[in-house]
Design a protein around this ligand. Structure first.
Ligand SMILES: Cc1ncc(COP(=O)(O)O)c(C=O)c1O
Ligand SMILES: Nc1c(O)cccc1C(=O)C[C@H](N)C(=O)O
Length: 393
């Protein structure tokens, strides 16, 4: 069947189609970079106006005791259902990088005598950089391993494995259940980086017994540039979760201003300093879009959209022009990565023509498909513009 007709039929049958109207996107732009920076939900601009006028302006410092101080936990509770966590295990604070630092040091401290940290060899760089610093500070050794080689790499030395659920470069999805089980069988802890999987597919942290997890909120959760990240600490680990950034925000009685640090009892101990309220409240407003949205529908549409885009690329581009790096089976997130020798120039031209994806060195074109606002017609248009560029260049 003709691709235009297929796209129209798929869009007409899309149970999430109504959600696109929730987002502010420039007309004529096809936005395929929500895996890097999500689009703004319309409600956020109005809510931020109210927050600044009414809370910051109207209530001034009183707002700290009228909902600001507890915001990291409150917003954490909104993220919890998206990652399969019962209440009381998630805080939203700091960046993903900082939370990786807290989680890794705490994990090493939970495993006395174990002297090795494993990190996914294909990891997003910040994870590797932070892990290297944690190894130096804790006197452990860092080893980068391919996720497929974990069965042989894990051992009695392993304190913790830091892994990306979805690979940022290829879009490959790792099997969280199987890998968590492997790590636990070796007596080690696992820290999952969910940056490219939260808001993409149902995640079951509690059910799988995951120890710790981090993730950013400015991609598929649409929290806005620099929105604070989240940190999940499994309930039974909270009492012994000894994170290194002992700021007053994680203190049991922050306003007692006591001379000694005593960590809070619950997941609040994962906090550090003053929360970035404006970003946090922008995120809180953005998360309202998820009310009533079934993650199973989001996942089904994301797989279907990425599959349709791959099909369009196969059909519209001359064979051999690009290599599809993303798994064609269901072991993928909601991005499609294509290898092309002139990827940087091709992406520059795509963006000039209002098809926004991104380029990752040395030769990868990345296209993110956020099911809440990307349509099948967008996917087809992007493939057509790409075909035009690679065949006429
Ligand atoms: C897998 C992964 N981890 C971490 C980060 C970034 O962390 P931060 O928000 O601290 O910049 C990103 C993206 O920027 C990412 O893709
Ligand atoms: N966090 C970013 C930023 O501040 C500027 C530009 C891009 C980003 C990203 O999120 C990159 C992204 N994590 C990636 O997967 O490559």
């Amino acid at each position: 069947m003709d691709l235009t007709v297929r796209a129209a039929e798929l869009d007409a049958a899309d149970p999430l189609a109504r959600l696109r109207a929730e987002f502010d996107l420039p007309p004529g732009t096809v936005y395929l970079d929500g895996n890097s920076l999500g689009a703004p939900p319309r409600r956020v601009a109005d809510q931020m106006g109210r927050v600044v006028r009414e809370q910051w302006g109207g209530r001034l410092i009183r707002s700290w005791s009228e909902g600001w101080w507890e915001a990291p936990q409150r917003v954490g509770e909104r993220i919890a259902p998206l990652i399969g966590a019962v209440p009381g295990q998630v805080v939203v604070a700091d960046s993903t990088s900082v939370n990786i630092f807290k989680a890794l040091v705490a994990a090493v401290r939970l495993a006395p005598g174990r002297r090795e940290i494993l990190v996914d060899a294909a990891t997003f760089p910040t994870d590797g950089y932070i892990a290297s610093s944690v190894a130096e500070l804790t006197g452990t050794v860092l080893r980068a391993v391919d996720v497929d080689e974990l069965p042989t790499a894990l051992g009695e030395r392993t304190a913790v494995a830091l892994l990306n659920h979805v690979d940022y470069r290829t879009g490959r999805l790792h099997d969280m259940a199987a890998v968590t089980e492997l790590v636990h069988a070796a007596g080690a802890r696992v820290v999952w980086d969910l940056c490219h999987s939260v808001g993409v597919l149902p995640i079951a942290l509690d059910a799988l017994g995951v120890d710790l997890a981090v993730g950013c909120t400015y991609k598929f959760l649409n929290g806005g540039p620099g929105a604070p990240a989240f940190l999940y600490v499994r309930r039974d680990l909270q009492e012994t979760f000894d994170q290194p950034l002992s700021g007053w925000g994680g203190h049991r009685e922050p306003f007692a201003m006591a001379p000694d640090y005593v960590p809070a009892e619950g997941v609040e101990r994962a906090r550090c300093g003053t929360p970035d309220i404006l970003s946090l409240l922008a995120l809180e407003s953005a998360l309202e879009v998820w009310d009533g949205v079934a993650l199973a529908d989001v996942r089904a549409k994301g797989l279907s959209l990425t599959g349709f885009f791959i099909e369009c690329v196969d059909e519209l581009l001359p064979p051999g022009t690009v290599e599809v790096l993303t798994p064609r089976d269901e072991r993928r997130g909601h991005q499609v990565s294509l290898r092309h020798e002139a990827a940087e120039a091709v992406m520059t031209e795509l963006i000039k023509r209002e098809v926004i994806g991104d380029f990752r060195a040395p030769n990868v074109l990345r296209f993110g498909f956020a099911p809440l606002y990307v349509t099948y017609a967008d996917a087809l248009h992007a493939a057509r513009v790409l075909a035009d560029i690679v065949t006429t260049a």
